[in-house]
Design a protein around this ligand. Structure first.
Ligand SMILES: NC(=O)c1ccc[n+]([C@@H]2O[C@H](COP(=O)([O-])OP(=O)(O)OC[C@H]3O[C@@H](n4cnc5c(N)ncnc54)[C@H](OP(=O)(O)O)[C@@H]3O)[C@@H](O)[C@H]2O)c1
Length: 250
């Protein structure tokens, strides 16, 4: 098991699903993990389930000053940020063809899936630039580029933006010791996908029809995040790592 002893890891959206799996995997490998989310009960749950240091910070990413406040608070506890997993996202807001997407939902979707991703990168990069080291993994989705869905144009747009922001930022920092990559997961069994499919039964049925016969467990996605966040992937810069069990090939 690789060691992240002494590393400070930030997880944007660590209270459930893929983010919670990432919090637990890094904490179990010796990292000091600070994670955000809105739901205090879920946050405290993840803290208590983690086998290592995991600290929940209640942050609503739609309130920009709360993201700024989180990074200010972090200065009291940490001298460095080694890894940012920039993960939080929603799919159930702003679904359907564009003509049916309200402007209010559009703003919420962009605010959560794109603006917050930019803000966490912006603040973390201020630390990483000073340190001359750091590693960022953004969470996109195969629905951004690899397998678009006619009912999710707004969601797909935010995820394609995450890939483009990753590529551009990675080039800017390639000679400054900071690597930036992203993952594009395929369907993974989480609260988000249960909502997207409408019910557990519908999710289960689609899962059985996928190439492997089952959608991903969040830990399978977290494994890829650890790979990108470690030196094992040292030559990966601006990459989009697709982890989808062959879903986008069908
Ligand atoms: N599941 C999939 O099939 C799949 C596939 C491809 C990509 N993804 C991407 O993976 C990421 C994680 O999704 P998931 O599937 O793990 O879903 P999830 O279990 O619903 O987790 C979403 C996370 O985002 C946080 N979040 C959402 N809105 C927030 C806000 N306004 N402020 C702060 N935190 C917020 C949630 O925290 P709170 O509820 O505590 O606020 C939660 O920790 C998303 O970006 C999603 O697009 C998922």
């Amino acid at each position: 098991m690789e060691n992240f002893e002494g590393k400070v890891v930030i997880v944007n959206g660590g209270t459930s699903g893929i983010g919670a799996a990432v919090v637990k995997q890094f904490a179990a490998r010796g990292a000091r993990v600070h994670f955000t989310g809105r739901d205090e009960d879920k946050g405290k749950n993840v803290e208590s389930e983690a086998d290592g240091y995991a600290h929940f910070h209640q942050v609503d990413n739609l309130e920009r000053e709360q993201i700024a406040g989180f990074f200010e608070e972090l200065e009291k506890e940490e001298d460095q940020i080694d890894i940012l997993f920039n993960n939080a996202g929603v799919i159930s807001i702003g679904g359907g063809p564009l003509a049916r997407v309200s402007e209010e939902d559009w703003d919420k979707l962009i605010g959560t899936n794109q603006t917050a991703i930019y803000l966490y990168m912006k603040y973390a990069l201020q630390w990483m630039q000073k340190q001359k080291s750091g590693n960022i993994v953004n969470n996109a989705a195969i629905l951004g580029n690899d397998k678009v869905n006619p009912m999710l144009p707004a969601y797909s747009g935010t995820k394609a933006a995450v890939v483009a922001m990753t590529q551009s930022t990675s080039l800017r920092f390639a000679r400054q010791g900071v690597r930036v990559n992203c993952i594009s997961p395929g369907p993974t069994v989480t609260d988000l996908s249960k909502k997207a499919y409408g019910s557990e039964e519908a999710l289960e049925k689609a899962s059985k029809e996928s190439p492997r016969g089952s959608y991903a467990d969040p830990d399978e996605i977290a494994n890829a995040v650890r790979f990108l966040a470690s030196d094992v992937s040292s030559y990966m810069i601006g990459a989009e790592l697709v982890i989808d069990g062959g879903y986008s090939l069908k």
